[in-house]
Ligand binder design. Structure first.
Ligand code: NAD
Length: 368
């Protein structure tokens, strides 16, 4: 954060996001859903995917790559499965409907899984497993994304940042929620570095000659031209397990495209052959598992909570005060953000003023 960072109340930003989408022509109920997904990201401290992405969605709505009116078709359905076509509507609206469908199936049959094609960017993958957790279930969500990650031993960006999110209820004040991309860092993190005028670390991205890239502004320009690639989790080569991140990213690509005959790899550039913008045709996959079909919910929560506590109670590395479990930092962050507000760095302030001006939302007053 810089000295000029301003902290704005959660409600104000959530309403601003909602009204921005309504101004674009999104039905109010859908605009509320979008605002809830985006603000949940800021609440959990994932600044790369919250209000910071409003300008990104603005640009995509202007080019018509995302349709403000989400129309979802059910391509096929069984008691426990479904394939949906999102028709390039709003990813957050498509994602919440798909996950709720998986949850409803799981409530009746124990398990539900829904594959989606022709969607758009749906925000943080973790939002959707949290829906399952809130309804006493375990949830898993994956999505493919624009090509930006190279395979092990390659430098061509062809896989997406393909996050995996898994949530499970626990007897603690917060659930287990693992929610992360499959390269070492993801695009939103680079956007955040650029907004905060900080450098990336060598070893996170390479150029076509396999040389490290560290300037976030340069990286974002190169990503747009396919001249930068994120390295998969584990990093370059096999020595530190880069092939495992590569394998996980490929698994996500399969789940996001093969069940639903969807687009994949270079089919997700958002550009037609002549270079003009076209829909991204993103795919997602959602699984809900009803805990009560296996064991009573309280027993599950207690076992899960015990696993998390035992992990945190193990011996700390020298200089380390705490061991965390996934979802813990975000839970603590949420308490702080609700109290102090969402940090808005100067470059994001410019984005908010831009969107406010373009969409005529003059009823919103910002202290910048
Ligand atoms: N929709 C898309 O196309 C897309 C693509 C990529 C990423 N994303 C989203 O971006 C967000 C950020 O992804 P990321 O890869 O930067 O995440 P990250 O590297 O910040 O990792 C976050 C995960 O690691 C856990 N964690 C953090 N520190 C920990 C510790 N010390 N011990 C144990 N667990 C710890 C967190 O609880 C969280 O589950 C995610 O919400 C992801 O879904 C979305």
């Amino acid at each position: 954060m810089t000295d000029q960072t301003v902290y704005l109340p959660v409600d104000l930003l959530q309403n601003f996001i909602r009204d921005s989408f309504i101004a674009f022509g999104t039905p109010p109920e859908d605009a509320r859903t979008v605002a809830d997904v985006l603000i949940t990201s800021d609440l959990r401290g994932i600044e790369s995917h919250g209000i910071g992405r409003l300008r990104y969605y603005y640009d995509r709505l202007i080019t018509g790559q995302h349709d403000v009116n989400t129309q979802i078709d059910v391509v096929c359905e069984s008691p426990t499965t479904a394939v949906l076509d999102g028709n390039h509507g709003l990813g957050m609206v498509i994602g919440t409907r798909a996950m709720q469908m998986a949850i409803d199936k799981a409530r009746t049959y124990g398990m539900g899984s829904v594959a989606v094609r022709n969607s758009t960017h749906f925000g943080i993958a973790g939002y959707y497993p949290l829906m399952a957790v809130a309804q006493g279930m375990v949830g898993l969500t994956v999505t493919n994304a624009r090509p930006s990650v190279c395979p092990t031993f390659g430098t061509q960006p062809i896989l997406g940042t393909n996050p995996i999110a898994f949530g499970a209820p626990s007897d603690e004040p917060f659930p287990f929620l693992y929610d992360a991309a499959t390269p070492i860092i993801q695009r939103g993190f680079v956007e955040k570095l650029a907004r905060e005028e900080k450098m990336a670390k060598a070893g996170w991205l390479v150029d076509p000659e396999n040389q490290p890239l560290t300037d976030p502004v340069d990286i974002l320009q190169r990503l747009g031209k396919g001249e930068a690639a994120f390295l998969p989790l584990g990093g370059a080569g096999e020595e530190l397990g880069g092939h495992k991140g590569y394998g996980l990213a490929t698994m996500v690509e399969i789940l996001s495209a093969s069940f639903q005959t969807g687009a994949f790899l270079m089919g997700l550039t958002g550009l037609a052959e002549d270079g003009s913008p076209q829909p991204f045709r993103v795919g997602h996959f959602f699984i809900a598992m009803d805990v009560e079909s296996f064991v009573d919910l309280e027993t599950f929560k207690h076992t899960t909570g015990t696993i998390l506590r035992e992990l945190r109670d193990t011996r700390k590395a020298p200089g380390q005060m705490r061991i965390f479990t996934a979802g813990e930092k975000e839970f603590e962050r949420e308490q702080r953000v609700r109290r102090d507000g969402v940090p808005i760095v100067p470059n994001l302030q410019k984005d908010l003023l831009f969107v406010r001006g373009k969409l005529g939302l003059s009823q919103y007053e910002f202290p910048f």
